[in-house]
Design a protein around this ligand. Structure first.
Ligand code: AMP
Ligand code: MG
Length: 361
C-alpha cells in the first residue's frame, strides 16, 4: 500500500488545457505542471516556453533532479545501490560512508553557514529533533494527553549534536558521524538547497522564464514572457488564516524575479498542548520551539541560503534577527504573534500593499 501511494505520489501531472495560457504577441505560452513525492511536498512549475514539448522537457529535468536529490538527502529511507543520509546516520560511530558530491556539498554548505549565523541551524541536531518529530507525529494525529518532551532527555540528546563531530573528507569522498547515536537532520535546508540546484541547472539548459514552488519554497527566474509583467507575484501566507479551508489569505504580495522567497512559520507543522502551539523549529539553546514570530519570510537570490536563513532568523530575537538580515543583505518580513509586521527597508518596495511594488520598475 505504501509503495502504491509512493508510486501515485510520484506521478507527474502536466496539465495541458488548464495549465496552458497563450500570449500570442510574444510567441511564448505559459505552461504549468506539478508533481508530488519529493521533500514531502508538491512541486509546482510555471514557465513560458515556445512549445509544450520544450516546457515538458524542462519540467521533466527539474522533476528528475529533485527526485534524485530527495533520494540522496532522505534520512528516513534508503534506496538500493545508493548511499544517502540515512546510510550516513546508520553508520554513526562505526565507519565513514562514501557518498555522492551533492551530499558533501550540502554538508559543507551547512557547516559554513552554521559558522556565519550563530549556529542556530545545526544539521547535527538530529537526536534532539527526532524526539520532537516523534511527539509531533503522535500528537498532531491525536492531541489527547499531548505533552512536551522531557527536558532531561532533550539535554542528554544534545550531547550528540556537535557539528564538529560531522567529518567530511573531500579527498576520500566520505562523511563520518564520529559518535554512535549521532544523526543529521537537513529539514531546515535540503528542500531549498535542492530547488536551487534543480532550477539553476534548468536555467543553464535554457529554461529562463519560470517560477518553481517546492511547498512554498519559491525560486523565480527571469520575468514572465507575457510582454506585460516585469516580475512574478508571490503571495506571503497570512499565518493567522493559514488553517482555514483553502489555505487562507496572503498578508501581502512580493513582486520578484531572479531570486527566491522562502518562509518559516509555526503554522506549517505543529501540535497543540492545550492552547499552546508546539511547532517544528527548535531553538538549539533552549531545545524548545522558538516563539518570537508566527512567520519569517526571506528574499535572497540563492534558495539554499534563503531556506537556511528563514529558519535561522526565526530562532533569533528581533533585534538580533534584524541585524543579521541587514548584515547579510537578506530582505525579510517578520510577522509577530500580535499581528505586527516588520520588514527590512529593501523588502518594502517589493511588496504590493506595503510598498506599492515599485521595486521592480
Ligand atoms: P524550515 O521549515 O525550513 O524552517 O525547517 C524546519 C525543519 O528544520 C524542522 O522540521 C526540522 O526538521 C529542522 N529543524 C528545526 N529546528 C532546527 C534547528 N535549530 N537546526 C537545524 N534544523 C532544524
Ligand atoms: Mg528553512
Amino acid at each position: 500500500m505504501k509503495k502504491l501511494i509512493a508510486l501515485l505520489a510520484a506521478v507527474f501531472l502536466l496539465l495541458p488545457g488548464c495549465g496552458t495560457q497563450r500570449t500570442p504577441d510574444t510567441g511564448y505560452t505559459k505552461y504549468s505542471a506539478q508533481f508530488y513525492g519529493t521533500f514531502d511536498t508538491v512541486v509546482q512549475i510555471v514557465g513560458y516556453c515556445k512549445t509544450e514539448e520544450e516546457f515538458s522537457r524542462y519540467a521533466g529535468q527539474i522533476k528528475s533532479r529533485m527526485e534524485e536529490l530527495h533520494r540522496l538527502y532522505d534520512i528516513y529511507y534508503e534506496y538500493s545501490g545508493e548511499n544517502n543520509l540515512k546510510t550516513v546516520n546508520d553508520m554513526a560511530g562505526k565507519a565513514p560512508v562514501t557518498v555522492r558530491e551533492e551530499i558533501l556539498d550540502l554538508i559543507e554548505f551547512c557547516e559554513e553557514w552554521y559558522g556565519k549565523t550563530d549556529g542556530k541551524v545545526n544539521i547535527a541536531l538530529g537526536p534532539v529533533l527526532s524526539v520532537w518529530h516523534k511527539y509531533m507525529a503522535r500528537y498532531s494525529a491525536d492531541p489527547t494527553d499531548a505533552k512536551l518532551p522531557d527536558m532531561n532527555i532533550l539535554r542528554e540528546k544534545l550531547t550528540l549534536c556537535n557539528i564538529e563531530d560531522v567529518i567530511v573528507d573531500r579527498e576520500a569522498g566520505t562523511v563520518y558521524l564520529a559518535k554512535e547515536g549521532m544523526s543529521l537532520d537537513v529539514g531546515a535546508v535540503a528542500k531549498g538547497y535542492a530547488a536551487e540546484l534543480a532550477c539553476r541547472e534548468a536555467y543553464q539548459s535554457g529554461f529562463t522564464s519560470f517560477i518553481v514552488s517546492a511547498g512554498g519554497n519559491i525560486v523565480a527566474g527571469d520575468a514572465p514572457l507575457d510582454g506585460v509583467r516585469s516580475g512574478w507575484g508571490i503571495g506571503i501566507q497570512d499565518p493567522f488564516t493559514a488553517q482555514e479551508p483553502g489555505g487562507g489569505n496572503s498578508i501581502d504580495v512580493a513582486y520578484v524575479r531572479n531570486t527566491c522567497v522562502v518562509t518559516s512559520g509555526d503554522y506549517q507543522r505543529f501540535y497543540m498542548v492545550g492552547d499552546r502551539r508546539v511547532h517544528h523549529i527548535i531553538d538549539p539553546d533552549t531545545l524548545m520551539p522558538a516563539d518570537y514570530y508566527r512567520g519569517v519570510t526571506v528574499i535572497t537570490p540563492d534558495s539554499g541560503i534563503a531556506d537556511l536563513a528563514s529558519t535561522t532568523l526565526y530562532t533569533l530575537p528581533f533585534e538580533r534577527s534584524r541585524a543579521m538580515a541587514e548584515a547579510m543583505g537578506w530582505e525579510v518580513m517578520w510577522i509577530f504573534a500580535d499581528g505586527t509586521v516588520e520588514c527590512t527597508d529593501g523588502m518594502l518596495p517589493l511588496l504590493r500593499d506595503r510598498g506599492g511594488a515599485t521595486g521592480l520598475l
